[in-house]
Ligand binder design. Structure first.
Ligand code: C5P
Length: 396
């Protein structure tokens, strides 16, 4: 009962998915948490004040001036141990990013000193819009935690991220923030990279690879479960951000390196991203045109920075630096050479000639200074748990 007696302020903004917060509230009450509901004008269109009051067992606040007369927005902001915005609409996130205090929810969010968790929910195009991307970057940069959104069925017949995280996922993210298990990695900071990078050719085209980010995201989650504070630098993936992990979203290798260096110091670095080795030397500012009769363009490539090698030789090098080696032949031999070349401590080598990339299973050879260990084939989540346990043991 990690949420027992914790005070939660639940802000519900306008999204068709708002019906799920009744289930979330039920889970929270079952865990012994006290929940106070706040509805925005949009939220009140989808969830009634009576339904939320009924399930929280408390008066619901929806009006700045009425709340002012009764309890005051500052008191409402000071009381909770955690403020959760679920669902967080695109408009709510934009208002938060701007620090607008034009209603009760915005005022509380400005006045609170409690940690804030947002569970975004919106149409995929709205989630992917540069304005929303910039708002999310501003919010996560200020320490706002995020759960979801997921990919799956939504109100519109569209696929892509935007679906509100499931109530159980939001509940787990809240537990991870309020009561991180005092695991063996408590007090340690882990930096993890995950997913592919996209290297632009022109405004609409890019070079990518088949990495899904499943392995790196699972490692970030496993390290967080052992109590580490985790910064995950993720390339473009469709996976939800792991609960309890600070996730920074980047696109290119150069952005990934900058985000990693900014995240230092760290005790542990696990570089699981499939970083593009090359980028297009000169990204076209306008879309390359196919002119009738003209030859196909040739692309001149430039070398990308090697993030693993840079972090391994960094002035603020983490004490344990771990890389991956995706190989299609002579897997172990190449991994041993790569470990020396990159200057990292461990390499997890895997054969990617099958369907490892994007798949759910992995077969690992762990290369350290004391030799090579062959792990049996197992689910990526199991690889992550085993690696996290090894890291904990190595750091004592
Ligand atoms: O050189 P190669 O791509 O085979 O090395 C794989 C390892 O190096 C992985 O851990 C990967 O995350 C990392 N890497 C990197 N930056 C690059 C290329 C690879 O961090 N530019």
């Amino acid at each position: 009962m990690r949420l027992a007696d914790r005070r939660i302020l639940l802000i519900v903004s306008g999204s068709i998915s708002a019906y799920k917060v009744l289930e979330l509230t039920r889970l929270l009450r079952k865990s012994g948490a006290a929940v106070t509901g706040v509805l925005t004008a949009g939220g009140a269109r989808f969830v009634t004040r009576e339904a939320l009051a009924g399930i929280t067992g408390q008066r619901v606040h929806d009006d700045l001036w009425a709340a002012e007369a009764e309890i005051g927005h500052i008191r409402l902001a000071r009381l909770p141990d955690l403020v959760v915005v679920a669902p967080a609409s695109a408009n709510m996130l934009a208002r938060m990013a701007q620090g607008l205090a034009d209603d009760l929810a915005g005022t509380i969010l400005l006045a609170t000193r409690a940690p804030v968790l947002v569970a975004p929910a919106m149409n995929t195009a709205m989630w992917e819009h540069p304005a929303t991307r910039a708002n999310m970057a501003a919010l996560t940069g200020r320490g706002v935690r995020v759960v979801g959104p997921g990919v799956g069925a939504m109100a519109e017949p569209e696929s892509g991220p935007g679906r509100l995280a499931e109530p159980a996922e939001i509940h787990a993210a809240m537990e991870a923030i309020l009561a991180p298990e005092a695991g063996p990695l408590a007090g340690r900071h882990a930096l993890v990279t995950s997913g592919p990078t996209h290297e632009p050719i022109d405004p609409v085209r890019y070079i990518a690879n088949r990495s899904s980010g499943k392995q790196g995201h699972a490692i970030a989650a496993a390290l967080a479960r052992l109590g580490a504070r985790v910064t995950l630098v993720a390339g473009p993936v469709t996976l939800p951000d792991p609960p309890g992990v600070t996730t920074l979203h980047v696109e290119t290798a150069r952005e990934m390196l900058a985000a990693c260096e900014a995240a230092l110091p760290a005790d542990i670095a696990v570089m699981a991203a499939a970083v593009a080795d090359w980028r297009v030397a000169r990204e076209a500012t306008q879309k390359l045109k196919k002119e009738p009769g003209a030859e196909a363009p040739s692309l001149t490539m430039a070398l990308n920075p090697d993030i693993l090698a840079t972090i391994s030789r960094h002035a603020r090098r983490p004490s344990l630096v771990i890389g991956f080696a995706a190989e299609t032949e002579q897997v172990v031999e190449h991994a041993i050479a790569k470990r020396a070349r990159k200057g990292c401590d461990w390499i997890l080598a895997n054969d990617v000639s099958g369907d490892v990339m994007g798949g759910d299973a992995n077969r690992i050879h762990l290369v350290t200074d004391s030799g090579v260990e062959d792990w049996p084939e197992m689910a990526k989540a199991e690889v992550a748990a085993r690696l996290a346990a090894r890291i904990a043991a190595a750091l004592g």
